[in-house]
Design a protein around this ligand. Structure first.
Ligand code: AP5
Ligand code: MG
Length: 212
């Protein structure tokens, strides 16, 4: 099963991707995670991406297309994969088609803008293993440490109110057109992402089991 998780910043793509990959035993691939890792380790890609990500813009299509093409060629993707945060522009969707990849379902997590800022301002991520928390909705049982690996929790640099607004604007302008692109192909499945994490997972699993 080849899946795409589509949705605004903070819609819950990463959260659902992590959960579904366990259910389906296929990897969830986040271009955001790959880019942040490149920034952390100071690679040329990271140096190029840092200023763009910190401002809430998009890394050039050809750069992310190359990352995804390389990642999808790896062994663990041969039985299926979940793409989180890619494609994010129409040219990226066309590039994915040109890679000869068939997408089975596009899971569109719908969350109103009004909820996004609260979600992202309260998000904390583990600086060790990258696990995601929310101070209210999904707190770590170890307080300000990660309950999985014990490392410190931090706030993502692009989770500042002004950067969140910029990311949302980028999303509406460049990514939202993909909703109609995939609806036109009969692959789009809408999920109410404004409910609890558990309810969004249940809705997603019903879609994957073909019950909706
Ligand atoms: P990326 O890391 O993909 O960021 P994003 O799309 O802005 O999405 P987020 O990771 O912020 O949110 P999410 O939907 O994963 O939500 P999460 O599950 O964490 O990309 C970062 C940057 O990299 C981009 O801005 C761009 O510059 C660059 N980039 C990446 N891909 C690119 C591409 N293809 N092309 C060009 N540039 C690219 O949840 C958010 C919070 O809410 C968490 O705290 C979570 O605990 C909580 N939560 C989740 N679901 C629920 C729920 N149902 N109820 C209550 N709380 C919830
Ligand atoms: Mg994410």
């Amino acid at each position: 099963m080849n899946l795409i998780l589509l949705g605004a910043p903070g819609a819950g793509k990463g959260t659902q991707g992590e959960i579904i990959q366990e259910h389906l035993d296929i990897p969830s691939i986040s271009t955001g995670v790959i880019l942040r890792e490149a920034i952390r380790t100071g690679t040329p890609l990271g140096q190029q991406a840092k200023a763009i990500i910190d401002k809430g813009g998009l890394v050039p299509d050809e750069v992310v297309n190359g990352i995804v093409k390389e990642r999808l060629a790896q062994e663990d993707c041969q039985d299926g994969f979940i793409l989180d945060g890619f494609p994010r522009t129409l040219p990226q969707a066309l590039a994915l088609d040109a890679m000869g990849v068939t997408i089975d379902k596009v899971l569109y997590l719908m969350v109103p803008d009004a909820l996004i800022e609260e979600r992202l301002c309260n998000r904390r991520v583990c600086e060790g293993c990258g696990a995601t928390y929310h101070l209210i909705n999904q707190p770590s049982s170890a307080g300000d440490l990660c309950e999985k690996c014990g490392s410190k929790l931090m706030t993502r640099k692009d989770d500042k109110p002004e950067t969140i607004r910029e990311r949302l604007s980028t999303y509406h302008q460049l990514t939202e057109p993909l909703v109609e692109y995939y609806r036109g192909q009969g692959k789009l499945f809408e999920i109410d992402g404004s409910t609890t994490i558990e309810a969004a997972t249940e809705a997603t699993l019903r879609i994957l089991e073909g019950q909706e």
